[in-house]
Design a protein around this ligand. Sequence first.
Ligand SMILES: [Zn+2]
Length: 208
Amino acid sequence: MTDLVDRSLFETTPVIVTPSRSSVPELAVGGVRYLVTNDGLKIEARSRVLRVVMSLSSGIGLPYGEVANAVELTCGPIPTSLLKEASDAAISCSPDEWAGWIYWDRGQMRYRLWHADGPRVSASPGSIRYEPPIVDPLDVVFDLHSHGFGPAYFSSVDDRDDRQFPGPVVLTGVLGRCVAGRAPESCSRVVANGRLFPPWPSLSAISL
Ligand SMILES: [Zn+2]
């Protein structure tokens, strides 16, 4: 292949035909690739904290190997206490929106919650604008924000923002009906290489 753009695309986002009798080499951290499997085309993406495999099409019946859809938290489940901290922060900011990232602190070997606060944050009941934290996107596991008193759902603005996440893969979530004295509504999803996927059942273990 002589074209540099084509060559770069194929090198950074390869397509792997999955063998049925041999294993596929492990995907490197920061990588994204497409897998042709026995039941269709899948995307695999990996950061330091997440590895996901998601179906892009299914039911093709190709004569290749099987790769299960997966959401793996490489550093273990997110502590409930951190999710509660995020929930409490979202409630205390209501009716304004709140935003935070849960990331893996490689120095301290634990998950931490970063809150959007300070003079560079602009929050209202309908939006929040903030400077992202100085955290390597490969360490971010959960990109969260709230809708204040409003319902938890992914708006068209959320879709646009999530597609622009700078890492290969992340979980994103929305908290809604943030009222003191009760647990907020929540929804969450996988974002891989700018693609948005519906809520994944195993996310219930880490969802608020
Ligand atoms: Zn939103």
